[in-house]
Design a protein around this ligand. Structure first.
Ligand code: PEP
Ligand code: MG
Length: 763
């Protein structure tokens, strides 16, 4: 076995040395398929590297010592091992083998240095490569021998990505027996590229599916670009259907740096058809040849440069199931994805597409329909309640549609960018609110759809935890279901939805001297929640009204237009500018307190300076509320400003803080939470956010101020685990997550006690 093999030397049987990808490229090359030239740094080289440098034992020791069921430990071990592999100097002998192969490749192509793609290619015994797919690295546009060596090393490290480690542990694979090969292949500077399935990927029908976009194939494979789709009849040899999509961006090689860059496409190119009929025919011919060669349907990647087609990869279609060739029934198992977005509210739901372009059209939504719109607005809530599922073009997982649908228990997919344009009115679709997929036709509904009571929320005899587990409520009508979770109170009662359900802008009530009507409506709504939870605490959050969401209300015509409403006139800053509304809210709370609902506390949104807290308290006193004396009083920590100066807020006087991680995330990492273009970067798991939270918990614990969380991160088990370890006082989760969160909290608390007991025994 050699340390490096050119594709010409490899066959499909050579998986053990070349990995699945490498062996396949060898097989294709030898079958006469146009594959860009390249070589494989075989598993023998990896083995030599880890053994000769002595890091093998070091790696195994780290793995032996870590408990992969502890997320933090798993992540830490993965980081440590990857660092060891990438930072250990490669012995000259190994380095030279790789450099010589690279130079030979350049020589063959007739250039001093060529751009190459470097990909890991797993070879684990008995391990289908698909299990590793997506966990291995791909580096594009690498040039020069030093960089080639460096990226080969990085690919080796990918064998110890945390998910790969976890997968092997879960499946009892021996870490010491997994190897990795690395494919180094000339980079095609594609003008167009994409994927091709040599049969219908779900039904196995004899139709070829090609997806195509401009530039490198990265855009299609990563899902960043919605590609053109083309169906080709293999028997009649003709294009059955070609759908051109709006391809907003493409991936290209930057001519100066050689790096892959994402480029916005001009209007006239975006919607232009990518493939000619001639190109489709040529591609299909190649597809048929490859399929025949392997005698099995193939899932391939292709690229076109200078009019020449290259096949970059081919592997068996793994999506084919027992449903192959099933006749299409009314409740079909055929899964054709029409569009994708972000899974915002879990569950599967089928129904008739009804696209709502403006609020005048809301009446067309009947019970069981799928509501499709650019973005939901609060006045759509009644129609949302009738719908079986919701699909939006815009938004991330904390947008209006996402929050409301989670609370209503309606499956929802947001940020499809095209749903309202491409979904056919009155057609039947099925949405998967977990994966973010929209399928053609009616698929069998899963147990977790809205028609089934949430099983995990209603567990009898839930564990008792010291850290309180509360629930978020946005709509009073959802309070009963929320209280049935047995939650320890309401950690966030949002006002926006109840205000907006009135259909009239709160300012209009004030202008028309109808403040009493506003107060009355608020009292009724808050009472429904306070009653359902009495005597458990309910933290009422004062109005956080972004201008864009309130515009459609009667009286909202004068809402200013803002470029980025998320950074604009909302939260406490707005309420202090319009104190009449805040005063009305405080009057409602006072009335409820007078009626005995002293379980209601007040929480101020989006504060960034203690003066805002001070001013709000002053207004509360004017209406007869006495912050911190007869009413629990707190702030949301949603801005890095508030987090970093928490001691000043404590000094001004608060009973509690609650982390609004939906906003804290967007302000900390500069990602507009409602902008689907950047949604993929939106993550509460960015370490900066936990740093801010940890700091605040520490300061608050010192001062005896309670801490809580009510953002979406409070429903994420791994984050909850960290928060309990940090000593948070309570967690407020979504209704459907309360039971799971409670279990996580109980387990972490037990671990903490156990650890302390063990330590005490040792002392
Ligand atoms: C938050 O920002 O995390 C939060 C709970 O508030 P909202 O989602 O209503 O802005
Ligand atoms: Mg917020």
């Amino acid at each position: 076995m050699k340390h490096v093999e050119f594709f010409e030397e490899l066959r499909k049987e050579d998986v053990a040395i070349a990995g699945g990808k490498g062996a396949n490229l060898g097989e294709l090359t030898n079958a006469g398929i146009p594959v860009p030239p390249g070589f494989v740094v075989t598993s023998k080289t990896y083995d030599k590297f880890i053994k000769e440098t002595g890091i093998f034992d070091e790696i195994m020791d780290i793995l032996d010592a870590s408990d992969v069921n502890k997320n933090k430990e798993l992540q830490a071990s993965s980081v440590k091992i990857k660092k060891i592999i990438t930072e250990t100097t490669m012995p000259d002998e190994i380095k030279n083998i790789i450099i010589e192969a690279y130079n030979a490749l350049c020589h063959r192509i007739g250039k001093d240095e060529v751009f190459v793609a470097i990909r890991s290619s797993a070879t684990a015994e008995d391990l289908p490569e698909a299990s590793f797919a997506g966990q291995q690295d791909t580096y594009l546009n690498i040039k020069g021998s030093d960089d080639v060596v460096r990226y080969v090393q990085k690919c080796w490290a990918s064998l110890f990505e945390s998910r790969a480690i976890f997968y092997r542990e879960e499946n009892d694979f021996d870490h010491s027996k997994v190897y990795i090969a690395v494919v180094v292949q000339e980079m095609v500077n594609a003008e167009k590229a994409g994927v091709m399935f040599t049969v219908h990927p779900s039904t196995g029908e004899e139709k070829i599916l090609i997806e195509a976009a401009w530039g490198l194939g990265e855009g299609v494979v990563s899902g960043t670009v919605t590609p053109d789709t083309c169906w080709y009849d293999k028997e009649k040899n003709e294009v059955i259907n070609y759908k051109t999509s709006d391809k907003k961006v493409k991936f290209d090689r930057d001519p100066n740096t050689g790096h892959t860059v994402k480029v916005d496409l001009p209007e006239d190119i975006r919607e232009k058809r990518v493939l000619s009929n001639e190109e489709i025919t040529q591609l299909s011919k190649l597809g048929k040849r490859i399929h025949k060669h392997y005698n099995f349907p193939q899932d391939t990647e292709w690229a076109i440069e200078g009019g020449k087609i290259y096949m970059l990869q081919s592997r068996p279609v793994t999506t084919l199931g027992k449903e192959n060739n099933n006749p299409k029934t009314e409740e079909s198992e055929e899964r054709i994805i029409i569009t994708k977005g972000l899974g915002a509210s879990p569950g599967m739901a089928s129904g008739t597409v009804k696209t709502v372009k403006n609020t005048d059209e809301l009446d067309k939504i009947e019970i069981g329909d799928i509501l499709v719109t650019v973005m939901t607005t609060p006045d759509m809530v009644p129609a949302m309640k009738r719908a079986n599922g919701i699909i939006t073009d815009e938004g991330g997982v904390t947008c209006h549609a996402a929050i409301v649908s989670r609370e209503l228990g309606i499956p929802c997919v947001v940020g499809t960018s095209e749903g309202s344009k491409i979904l056919k009115e009155n057609s039947t679709v099925t949405i998967d609110g977990s994966k973010g997929f929209v399928y053609d036709g009616k698929l069998a509904e899963k147990k977790d759809s809205k028609n089934n009571e949430s099983t995990h929320s209603l567990i009898p005899n839930p564990p008792i935890t010291v850290t309180e587990v509360k629930v978020n409520v946005s709509m009073p009508e959802a309070a009963k279901k929320a209280s049935q979770t047995g939650a320890d109170g309401v950690g966030l009662l949002r006002t926006e939805h109840m205000m907006l359900a009135l259909g009239v802008h709160p300012k209009k009530f004030i202008i028309e001297n109808r403040e009493d009507e506003l107060v009355k409506a608020l009292v009724e709504n808050i009472l429904t929640v306070a009653d359902a939870f009495y005597p458990k605490p309910v933290w009422y959050r004062t109005l956080d009204a972004p201008t864009d969401e309130f515009k459609s209300l009667d009286g909202g015509e004068d809402e200013p237009y803002e470029h980025n409403p998320m950074l604009g006139w909302r939260g406490i800053r707005r309420e202090l500018d319009e104190p009449e509304i805040l005063r009305a809210e405080f009057k409602a709370i006072k009335k409820l307190h007078e009626e005995g609902y002293t379980n209601i506390g007040v929480m101020l949104p989006l504060v960034q300076h203690p003066d805002e807290l001070k001013e709000a308290k002053k207004i509360a006193r004017e209406v007869g509320l006495n912050p911190q004396k007869n009413i629990e009083w707190g702030i949301m920590v949603e801005t890095p400003g508030a987090a970093l100066t928490i001691e000043d807020f404590i000094a001004e006087g608060i009973d509690f803080v609650s982390f609004g991680t939906n906003d804290l995330t967007q302000y900390t990492i500069a990602i507009d939470r409602n902008n689907e273009n950047v949604a993929k970067l939106y993550s509460e798991r960015h370490p900066a956010i936990m740093k801010l939270i940890a700091m605040v918990i520490k300061e608050c614990n010192k001062a005896g101020v309670k801490t809580s969380i009510c953002g979406q991160a409070g429903s994420m088990p791994d984050i909850v685990e960290q928060l309990v370890e940090l000593g948070i006082t309570s967690i407020s989760a979504n209704t459907d997550a309360v039971a799971v969160v409670r279990e996580v909290v109980a387990r972490v608390e037990k671990k903490i006690i156990l650890k302390a007991a063990r330590k005490a025994l040792q002392e």
